[in-house]
Design a protein around this ligand. Structure first.
Ligand SMILES: [Zn+2]
Length: 267
């Protein structure tokens, strides 16, 4: 993307207006006014100069205004991490936020993890029944390059990343680079900890690098805020061992407060 944009026509017009205030147009004697010393065919004519006889310079003011415009303060894009425990409705929040942009005519770019390893078109689905198409990222994908490629197709208001806990640390750095260098806001949504109470790698990196963090809240059976999750087998028994990511099993996940998570784990 080009850093320099052609604002010359706009600032030139502003420069002319600026000159008209500073160097008031008036009918004067050219020889004594702004055209001193030149060969003047008419004695009295329209002048554009100040009391010292300095002639207005449109180009100087145009150039100064162009520079001022170029170095104007700009709003910085940010990397946001919206974290929660399981079943807090973070995909719903993501889809609603994306919908709000699109409703106002601004495009968004949706990304989600390719859990089964297949890249391409995926889906972000919420438990309340809404969904949207999304590009998928696998562990080896360069998410900066994906965002850059999407930007080449057209302007986007922001990037939404679902299942952000599955990002690698390197991919979180790539998101940070997209925010800093491509000036596009990135909103990542993900789980903070796994069923054993340990940070996911993507979440650990996001907690370290995000500009802003927000918690998507849900409640435990006791009514307190749920911050932990347990994995249960088909009989409702708590599973305490196993891989951080399990695909295609019959497990279910239950969100609990820390106290009830400890009770469930200790048995
Ligand atoms: Zn509880």
């Amino acid at each position: 993307m080009s850093e320099w944009r052609p604002f010359w026509p706009v600032t030139s017009v502003l420069g002319v207006q600026f000159n008209l205030v500073l160097y008031r147009p008036h009918v004067g004697r050219r020889r004594r006014c702004c055209w001193r010393g030149g060969s003047i065919p008419f004695e009295r004519t329209l002048c554009l100069c100040n009391d010292n006889g300095d002639v207005a310079s449109f180009t100087t003011f145009g150039a100064l205004l162009t520079l001022a415009w170029q170095f104007r303060p700009r709003r910085m894009a940010k990397l946001y991490f919206n974290y929660s425990t399981m079943n807090a409705g973070k995909s719903t929040v993501l889809l609603q936020a994306s919908h709000n942009y699109r409703e106002r005519g601004m495009d968004t770019y949706l990304m989600t993890a390719a859990l089964d390893g297949r890249a391409g078109v995926g889906k972000i689905a919420s438990r309340i029944g809404i969904s949207a198409d999304a590009d998928t990222f696998a562990t080896e994908d360069d998410v900066f390059a994906m965002i850059e490629a999407r930007l080449r197709q057209g302007k986007i208001a922001c990037v939404f990343v679902d299942e952000a806990q599955f990002l690698t640390e390197e991919q979180v750095w790539q998101l940070a680079r997209a925010v800093d260098d491509l000036r596009v806001p990135v909103l990542a949504y993900g789980l903070r900890v796994d069923f054993q109470g340990r940070l996911f790698p993507g979440s650990a990196a996001l907690l370290a690098l995000a500009d802003e963090m927000r918690e998507v809240r849900t409640i435990c059976k006791c009514g307190r805020k749920a911050t932990m999750v347990i994995r249960q087998d088909e009989n409702g028994n708590t599973i305490t061992e196993g891989a951080q990511v399990q695909i295609g099993g019959n497990e279910t996940y239950v969100s609990l407060c820390r106290k009830h998570w400890r009770q469930a784990i200790d048995g």
